[in-house]
Design a protein around this ligand. Sequence first.
Ligand code: SAM
Length: 277
Amino acid sequence: MAGFWFTEKQTENFGITMKVNRTLHTEQTDFQLLEMAETEEWGNMLFLDGMVMTSQRDEFVYHEMVAHVPLFTHPNPENVLVVGGGDGGVIREIMKHPKVKKATLVDIDGKVIEYSKVYLPEIACELENPRVDVQVGDGFMHIAESENEYDVIMVDSTEPVGPAVNLFTKGFYAGISKALKEDGLFVAQSDNPWFKADLIRQVQKDVKEIFPITNMYLANIPTYPSGLWCFTIGSKKYDPLQVPEEQFFDIETKYYTKELHKAAFVLPKFVKDLAGE
Ligand code: SAM
């Protein structure tokens, strides 16, 4: 098909619509419906089960905010894990941190990795970096089998449907705590506050019961439903709002700055209420 309008429905009455110039690849993988498309406004885009995962034009916001907020919070993030994230965007950002000796990526679907390299090359560009270990497998199982291993864990998953259902459970957060070293911290994408209030409330409650320091921060991502996106951070020791000034250093970004690092935690009242702050 060529030249059609695609809508990702968020509710029965609301969706986000974009013009697709042409479909580049469609495949039902073992886990999800994978679609790559060229769009008029946002460049090439990845969709999984009809949901927008990333676009060439606005991907930097999500990937920078998932990676840099936790990495600048931890003083020595040597060993890092990404759960999901098969497009490679979070890995690309992690590679900007010289202290990271090793970054492991565990995505359940090897096809996402394969087709991101073809159609989203500037996002997947660091997947072959020798500091990166790419594994195809279930992130839930990987976490269950890890102990006292990682400094920082980033959960870059799909929404809590299909293969990602387990990645939004209290058992998973408890596993993350076990997989982290004693001063480790993690971040997880937590959907949007307009349509997923119950999910956000639950995630915040669960993470608070496990981690002594829990916060939520926001970013503006135009191709995601409602445009406002939440990230939950759980930390054993380091507070993302108390990062010593000398811990920040210059890296090339388009969204993240050290000022924004702090500002992203300032929540509108209705979001603050969801976070139970
Ligand atoms: N940034 C996107 C968003 O917020 O919509 C998500 C990016 S996409 C690359 C998420 C990835 O999570 C997909 O490649 C999917 O295969 C992976 N995923 C889903 N469930 C998983 C699981 N249980 N273990 C590992 N990866 C998983």
